[in-house]
Design a protein around this ligand. Structure first.
Ligand code: PGA
Length: 257
């Protein structure tokens, strides 16, 4: 049984200590004691320490939107996984389209960061997805390549610690998400790709979540498929009550229906 999970990334929308504290206090009040689902939050890195202090002791785990590919040394301006561990962080977001496109982050680099995350016992959230809306066959080819490169060297005993975030690039930052049927088909494709490489027993243990304009309006439809294990929220989680509503939808569909 895969445990449902909802994550949220603040990207760099909230960067001041005071506004971050306000947001984190509110989400802890609203769903900090959620027991049925796994929850995580990736704050803007500059205020991660604020989020860490407030989330501590709640059921909302801390994540980083990025780490350096080495844990210490000569790498100017990067964020070390050691700092994340020091703050009790559990999740590392990797391969987001914004980093792949604007910062030219390569599959090779993503793979190195992913292996470092696993070595340190943290959970990588690997973002993959096609750039334009496309046929099932093209999607499958594109994601097979992304998975093969990002997961190079990840063995059978480690893959179930990885979470895959399906994020079709064309659906990020939009008014509405990708259509639920299309999303469900993509998740089934991803699971079958994992099956092909790791076997069905292992593939059935890997969580695959959807991200890209998730909102309280579309959460129910998006999550209503056996291969969708959770949601990854961006802008429409900026209002804590809306994020709470998305989490409640996932709980209802996955645990109560
Ligand atoms: P969005 O961001 O919900 O604002 O589209 C999602 C993401 O980029 O993960």
């Amino acid at each position: 049984m895969r445990r449902p999970i909802v994550g949220m990334s603040m990207k760099i929308y909230r960067n001041l200590e005071i506004e971050e504290a306000e947001y984190c206090n509110r989400i802890v009040d609203l769903f900090g004691d959620e027991e049925g689902l796994d929850l995580f939050y990736c704050p803007s890195l500059g205020v991660l320490h604020v989020a860490a202090g407030i989330l501590k002791g709640s059921r909302i785990e801390l994540g980083a939107q990025n780490i350096a590919a080495i844990s210490e040394g000569a790498l100017t301006g990067e964020y070390s996984i050691q700092s994340l561990i020091d703050k009790n962080g559990k999740y590392v977001e990797l391969g987001h389209a914004e980093r792949r496109m604007t910062l030219n982050e390569s599959d090779y680099l993503i793979n190195r960061k992913l292996l470092l995350t696993l070595e340190n016992g943290l959970i990588p959230l690997l973002c993959i997805g096609e750039y334009v809306k496309s046929s099932a066959e093209l999607r499958s080819r594109h994601m097979e390549e992304q998975l093969a490169k990002a997961l190079l060297g990840v063995g059978l005993e480690q893959i179930q610690n990885v979470i895959i975030a399906y994020e079709p690039v064309w659906a990020i930052g939009q008014a509405v998400s990708a259509e639920p049927d299309y999303v469900h088909e993509s998740h089934t494709i991803i699971r079958s790709l994992l099956c092909k490489h790791y076997g069905s027993d292992i593939a059935s243990q890997v969580r695959i979540i959807y991200g890209g304009s998730v909102s309280s309006e579309n959460a129910r439809d998006l999550i209503s498929n056996v291969d969708v294990d959770g949601l990854f929220v961006g802008r429409f989680g900026h209002v804590p009550e809306q994020l709470f509503s998305i989490i409640s939808s996932v709980r209802e569909i996955k645990l109560e229906s």
